[in-house]
Every structure is written in structure tokens, then in C-alpha cells.
Unconditional design. Structure first.
Length: 157
């Protein structure tokens, strides 16, 4: 009676057919994950540069509006940026900040400590220099233009 239900010509899927289906399904699942990671990386780097620009602009505006020299120090070895007001008896808590860059997408490059000051009243920079920033999408440089207080971030070639 059991022999009636078993057909001798029935066959299951072969190992190659099963592997092929698994490979196609895993490829379809993997493509969206890879594109999301790339978008996340791009957004993280863009937000970093926007926040850096905002913090530098705030320090310059404070130097102009409050007639106090402000200072920004870049420490590439421990990947930290310090913001402070130089000639204040009590540091403004909003401006006295330590920014530890602990993100896998970007870090400061180089070994020497760089320091920039915005002059009180004018917001001009006393010296011209460059800060190098390594990202997963390439090398960038933060360039301070002497005298004018202007700065720009540009990709290195």
C-alpha cells in the first residue's frame, strides 16, 4: 500500500539548483544593504563638515560681537578639536568645547598641533595654515586665509 504513493520518477531539486537559488536571493538582499552603507557614509561626512563650519563660524562671530579673542586647536594625534575664548575671566560653556572625533568615516591627519585665533573685534585670523582631514571618501583640507578671517574646506587632489 505504501508503494502506491511513492512514484519512482519523482526527483527533488539538485544541489546545484538549490545553490543557484540561494545565490540569487542573497544577491538581491545584499544590494540594498551596500547602497544604504554608502549613503550613510556620505551623510556622516557631510554632517561633519557642516558642523565644523558652524563651530568655526560661531567662534569667529563671538570674537567680533563680544570683543574677545577666540581660539581653535586641532590635535591630530588624539583626533580632538578644542574651542575656547582666550581673554575671558570665565569661559562661556557654549564656546569652551572639546570635540572628540570618534567616527570611522573621518579623522584629522598629521602629527603637529595646529592653533588658530580669531582677533577680538575683527574676527581676522593671525596666521594662515591648513588642517588636513582624512575621510573614507578622500582627503580634504581646511584652509584659513590670513587676515580676512575666511576659511574654506576643499577636497585635495
Amino acid at each position: 500500500m505504501i508503494e502506491k504513493y511513492i512514484k519512482s520518477n519523482e526527483q527533488g531539486f539538485t544541489l546545484m539548483e538549490t545553490l543557484l537559488v540561494l545565490m540569487i536571493i542573497s544577491s538581491l538582499v545584499l544590494f540594498p544593504v551596500l547602497s544604504i552603507q554608502k549613503v550613510t557614509e556620505t551623510i556622516q561626512i557631510d554632517l561633519f563638515f557642516r558642523e565644523l563650519t558652524s563651530k568655526i563660524t560661531n567662534m569667529q562671530a563671538h570674537a567680533i560681537l563680544h570683543d574677545k579673542t577666540t581660539d581653535i586647536q586641532f590635535y591630530p594625534e588624539n583626533n580632538t578639536i578644542y574651542f575656547r575664548v582666550m581673554d575671558a575671566e570665565k569661559q562661556d560653556e557654549y564656546l569652551k568645547k572639546t570635540w572628540k572625533l570618534n567616527n570611522p568615516y573621518y579623522r584629522l591627519s598629521g602629527t603637529s598641533i595646529k592653533e588658530f585665533s580669531f582677533k577680538k573685534g575683527t574676527g581676522n585670523i593671525t596666521k594662515s595654515d591648513r588642517i588636513y582631514i582624512h575621510t573614507t571618501q578622500g582627503e580634504y583640507e581646511l584652509v584659513y586665509l590670513m587676515g580676512s578671517g575666511r576659511f574654506e574646506i576643499r577636497q585635495r587632489k
